[in-house]
Design a protein around this ligand. Structure first.
Ligand SMILES: *Cc1c(COP(=O)(O)O)cnc(C)c1O
Length: 471
């Protein structure tokens, strides 16, 4: 280490000295002292490291102090802000896994407030006055709206699949088509999940074609389950053949082997009127006779994160007895929000209006055009002159791995400037509080009005008014 470095290290002020600086002692009135001290320490550490790595350059003692104070104030802001924050979704991906998937409906939010702020009968049977089961809460409504005999809610659909495989097929074989050995993302791969759950995978057919005879040929004394995985996040096209669920159920009955379907999304209303084809309805899947069905609570269903298992009464009872169920159990907040969301499905039209995920799917072209026009007009009135704003046609996606090849026509607000790249515009909006997340395509920063929520427009306009700083 050179003597310059030693000199610089020695010139770094002590923690106490910095705490006495006016701007920092003022911060202690607003923020907890421990947080301020931590910020001072962090900044001193960073500067010490920079000096040791030969990356620091101080001109004078004075410059150094002022700079450190500025860095400390920024660090205080950083430490004081939440890590999980609300963002504005302008991507047009409705069930955006990275942005928190489904938004909760008002009824669910109200129940969260009520159940979260008070005691509840989570595990208390009010009729007999003693311990009850948390699993009764969402079961009645799930059976009512889907026609299933029994239901169980666990942490997420990945957990649901693991639990069913572990309960019904540990140490035995599960027959799956090679066309369905999928990866859902986030390291959820059917073959891995299968081995973790203690079941043995028995692959049949080919990637593009699997026939009923392939399944039948694989059934033997070791077979515990026939598994059908809904192709929710991919599509095999061309020379293809798959076995329908009804045929599989018939085969299962013949050989007395239960059939499970991992539905993925869990759609409870017909979305074909909105231009989306091919997403099976949970109710139809129950009717087709599958013995166990699993799906997510926060994809097309539009509720909280949860894994919903529907099935024959004796299988659900067996699942409940598995000790693993305790490890995958949901809390009262999940049950409260889920029950409130599910009750809305008693009236499909009401569900579409009240559940944000469905409402965004159902938003019509006229509404989208109006929304885009209002936003563009307000933007033009508020932004620097060198920024251009236009309306473009585009495509929204359902997301969350659902309906991967289908899009919904939408309107995009495109923002661009000759003086700043689209990447810089994107960074400006993403860095705003609250962050505004859009897409960049062909040197345009794009915001899809379909996924904007009431009040988001004002935030976007305020952020755009500050674009001065990046051009
Ligand atoms: C999304 C999905 C899962 C995982 O569900 P999570 O609720 O995210 O755990 C499993 N299987 C299929 C087919 C899916 O689409």
């Amino acid at each position: 280490m050179g003597s310059d470095n030693k000199e610089m290290l020695r010139s770094l002020p002590a923690v106490d000295e910095l705490l006495r600086q006016e701007a920092i002692s003022e911060a202690v009135e607003t923020y907890p002292r421990t947080l301020v001290v931590r910020a001072v320490r962090n900044v001193l550490d960073q500067n010490r490291q920079a000096i040791l790595n030969g990356k620091a350059a101080f001109d004078s003692q004075e410059f150094e102090q002022a700079n450190l104070v500025k860095e400390i104030l920024a660090e205080i802001q950083h430490l004081a802000s939440f890590t999980l924050r609300r963002v504005i979704n302008g991507t047009g991906i409705i069930v955006h896994t990275n942005l928190g998937r489904s938004l909760l409906c008002q009824d669910a939010l109200d129940r969260l407030q009520l159940i979260g702020s008070g005691y509840s009968n989570l595990e208390y049977d009010l009729e007999v006055g003693r311990r009850g089961s948390r699993y009764v809460h969402a079961e009645a409504i799930l059976c009512e709206i889907t026609g299933a005999e029994g239901a169980l809610v666990v942490n997420n659909n990945a957990a649901a699949v693991v639990l069913v495989l572990n309960t019904l097929a540990q140490g035995k074989e599960v027959v799956v088509s090679r066309g369905q050995l999928v990866e859902i993302g986030g390291s959820f791969r059917i073959p891995d999940i299968m081995s973790r759950s203690g079941a043995r995978l028995r692959e049949v057919g080919c990637t593009n074609r699997t026939h009923l005879s392939d399944y039948e040929g694989a059934i033997g004394p070791e077979t515990a389950l026939l598994l059908d995985v809904h192709a929710s996040n991919y599509q095999i096209v061309g020379f293809t053949a798959e076995v329908g669920l009804e045929e599989l159920v018939e085969l299962g009955r013949k050989h007395e082997v239960p059939v499970m379907q991992d539905l993925g999304s869990g759609c409870l209303v017909d979305v074909t009127p909105f231009g989306l084809q091919g997403e099976p309805l949970v109710q139809d899947t129950v009717r087709s006779g599958a013995d166990v069905i699993t799906f997510s609570g926060d994809k097309l269903l539009g509720g909280t994160q949860a894994g919903i298992i529907l099935g024959r009464r004796e299988f659900i009872a067996e699942l409940r007895r598995n000790p693993l169920t305790r490890a995958l159990r949901v809390d009262k907040l999940t049950l409260a929000a889920l029950e409130a969301t599910l009750r809305l499905y008693r009236d499909e039209d009401a569900a579409i209006q009240a559940i944000p995920t469905l409402k965004m799917i159902a938003t019509d072209q006229k509404t989208l055009i109006d929304r885009a026009q209002v936003l563009v007009k307000a933007l033009r009135a508020n932004i620097p002159e060198s920024i251009e704003v236009t309306i473009m046609d585009g495509s929204s996606m359902v997301g969350g791995g659902a309906l991967p090849t289908q899009t919904l026509p939408t309107k995009l607000v495109a923002i661009s400037s000759k003086e700043a790249s689209a990447a810089r515009l994107e960074a400006h909006f993403r860095g705003y509080v609250p962050p505004i997340i859009g897409r960049v395509e062909q040197e345009l920063f794009l915001l899809d009005v379909r996924t904007l929520q009431p009040g988001d427009e004002e935030v976007i306009i305020a952020a755009a008014a500050k674009l001065e700083s990046v051009i």
